[in-house]
Design a protein around this ligand. Structure first.
Ligand code: BG6
Length: 317
């Protein structure tokens, strides 16, 4: 499927040493690194990216108490939310699923790597590496399959480039009837000091404020400061890029691809204290979730159809 608003490519000049890909001896994670020092670490549990480094700089926040053994969703990194965002609504086909669905708690398969594909990112070079992960209805736990009995196939592609990380999901309806789903990439960005962070690219958008009884508001800030618990679903954003600034300087650009919504979340002091897997307790000062997705409505996928969407995050140091 050709997407009208594909983000521009991460530069990938060819030649020189090759990217390295390693699978851990217990088969629980895949790590890729570029000769220039960038790296990414992906758990098969949830296909959760738990680290993305630009040189020595870690770009993602991961709780010191994150549970990585597959028994719980990972608190940090980039958990994948599918096929429902938040608590499932009653009277919907997803209503029996847990909050944020099953993708983040299922074990995915590692499908392999590619280093020199042409396409949005690599331009035929070898300074990019793409890792593919798969999840289908046949891999689901009996509980999840029973709660959402559709035939689907997901392919999640994680591409590490010199100046960014791209994560793209392909959802295919492999059954005989249509299904509806929501999808979101729950990215925990690492920030130096939340009190000096601002977020741009949201002005004029309507958002649902979950902190204020899910009431709707219009964003009036060109540069939004984060000064308290924040849990907002910005819908139908006009701009493709949401930027995070630290001390007034660009730190991350998060570029949506075929996705209209973005959630901005910081639990702040009390909510962080209430989460058993959130550590250190003042870790909320060093993270901000900017979560691209399609969550304000439902994507309907007919039998045999495919949906493809994702993000590019650029680390701007
Ligand atoms: C965000 C939601 O996406 O995820 C919040 O908007 C929620 O409402 C947060 O609290 C974390 O969810 P969970 O299930 O990982 O604790």
């Amino acid at each position: 499927m050709e997407r009208s608003k594909k983000p521009s490519a991460i530069n990938a000049p060819s030649g020189g040493p090759q990217p390295q890909v390693d699978i851990s001896s217990d088969n629980s994670r895949v790590t890729a690194s570029l000769p220039t020092g960038e790296s990414v670490d992906v758990l098969l549990h949830g296909a959760t990216i738990i680290s993305w480094k630009s040189g020595k700089q870690e770009n993602l926040w991961l709780s010191e108490k994150a549970v990585l053994d597959g028994s719980k969703a990972v608190r940090g990194g980039i958990p994948v939310v599918f096929p429902v965002f938040g608590p499932p609504p009653p009277n919907h086909a997803t209503s029996k699923l847990p909050q944020h669905g099953f993708a983040r708690t299922s074990r995915w398969e590692y499908l392999g790597k590619s280093t020199s594909e042409s396409g949005a990112l690599s331009q035929g070079g070898d300074d990019c590496v793409k890792l593919d992960f798969g999840l289908s209805s046949s891999n689901l736990s009996a509980d999840a399959k029973k709660a959402w009995p559709y035939d689907f196939g997901l392919i999640y592609s994680v591409t590490l480039g010199r100046d960014g990380l791209q994560t793209v999901m392909t959802v295919r309806n492999e059954g005989k009837e249509p299904f509806e789903f929501q999808f979101l990439l729950h990215t925990y960005l690492a920030v130096k000091d939340i009190s000096k962070v601002t977020v741009t690219g949201l002005m004029g958008a309507i958002y649902t404020d979950k902190v204020l009884n899910a009431t709707n508001h219009t964003e009036t800030h060109a540069a939004l400061p984060i000064t308290a618990e924040t849990d907002r679903v910005y819908a139908s954003l006009a701009q493709d890029t949401t930027s995070v600034l630290q001390d007034g300087k660009p730190r991350f650009d998060v570029v949506r691809d075929n996705l209209d919504d973005t959630v901005v979340w910081n639990p702040w002091r009390e909510k962080a204290a209430a989460m058993s897997d959130f550590a250190p307790k003042d870790g909320w000062r060093n993270m901000l979730c900017v979560e691209v997705g399609s969550v304000s409505g439902w994507q309907k996928l007919e039998a045999g159809d495919t949906f493809e969407a994702g993000q590019v995050i650029r680390s701007l140091l």
